[in-house]
Design a protein around this ligand. Sequence first.
Ligand SMILES: Nc1ncnc2c1ncn2[C@@H]1O[C@H](COP(=O)(O)OP(=O)(O)O)[C@@H](O)[C@H]1O
Ligand SMILES: Cc1ncc(C[n+]2csc(CCOP(=O)(O)OP(=O)(O)O)c2C)c(N)n1
Ligand SMILES: [Mg+2]
Ligand SMILES: [Mg+2]
Ligand SMILES: [Mg+2]
Length: 322
Amino acid sequence: MENTIGGLGEFALIRRVTGRFPATGDVILGPGDDAAVVAAPDGRTVATTDLLVEGRHFRRDWSTARDVGHRAVAQNYADVVAMGARPTGLLIGFAAPADLPLEWAEEFTLGVRDECAVAGGAVVGGDTVGSTVLTVAITALGDLQGRAPVRRDGARPGDVVAYCGHLGLSAAGLALLTAGTDGPAACLDEYRRPSPPYAAGPEAARLGATAMLDVSDGLAQDLGHVCRASGVGIDLDPGLLRPAPELVEAVRILGGGPARASAFMVSGGEDHALAATFPEGTDLPDHWHRIGRVLPAAEGERHVTVAGRVPERTGWDHFPGE
Ligand SMILES: Nc1ncnc2c1ncn2[C@@H]1O[C@H](COP(=O)(O)OP(=O)(O)O)[C@@H](O)[C@H]1O
Ligand SMILES: Cc1ncc(C[n+]2csc(CCOP(=O)(O)OP(=O)(O)O)c2C)c(N)n1
Ligand SMILES: [Mg+2]
Ligand SMILES: [Mg+2]
Ligand SMILES: [Mg+2]
């Protein structure tokens, strides 16, 4: 039991973990009481939660504890900024077996701390329990800074579809790890520590985005949520889906041509890029890449197409049907 979380005990572990997290100006009362108090300057709080389960979202032989800490924060804050909000706080549910090395818990904590240093927001609480499956459940909070939230239901025919961040790198990294092959660091790193373009969320809101989400499951699948919520169709232009050189290199190693690179961009998730729709004529900064158009659609046609065709694969489903 030496040097495991079971050897240290629950409350000593909690003290050790919470001692690592600095407060920010949004924190009125941090960890230590029954609940934390976080300022909501505009009077409305964005709240979201995502789980990471060992074997399902990460493997300890593929990702370090620090990687998992970074990824857990990134996945959750991506949803906060996709509403157009600024990250303000995090709550960390930590379920782990007693024989988990203490070093893993410590390193995970440092990954969380370091991603918060990039994205903003403070860890204000959480929960620590014993479990057979190592699981991290994060709740993230954000501040809309007085703006309206950018929802999934505001896309209108004629809007431009654009993304900011990476597409397909993480899925290519996962494919490389699954194949047991080395490959471009950019792909492996993006799988282990996704890098959502945090500032682009509030930026898109200020630019007048009509709908936005982060790409967790796959571009086509996630934009499909916009289609259904907004009652529209979306057509992507394959000529505008330009793969990063590292993605092209990964596909060369994995075997496949431009179609496979395009498939990674269209259906690969977990880069946590932001995808948004903007009114035609919006002056978009260069880091927002135009990739398609919002179309009018009758019921049953509210889906994503690439050059008019429904892609073979659209993204991840935790419970795929038979
Ligand atoms: N078990 C649940 N109970 C309540 N709400 C849920 C549950 N699972 C998902 N949701 C909600 O359904 C929506 C879609 O979930 P999800 O696909 O996980 O979103 P995202 O990809 O943004 O993380 C979100 O608003 C989420 O809060
Ligand atoms: C070990 C491992 N196998 C497979 C995957 C691929 N994967 C797991 S969950 C997921 C989709 C995103 O996760 P989800 O829980 O659906 O997040 P949300 O959409 O709720 O943000 C993907 C692509 C992975 N990340 N790690
Ligand atoms: Mg989710
Ligand atoms: Mg999510
Ligand atoms: Mg999902």
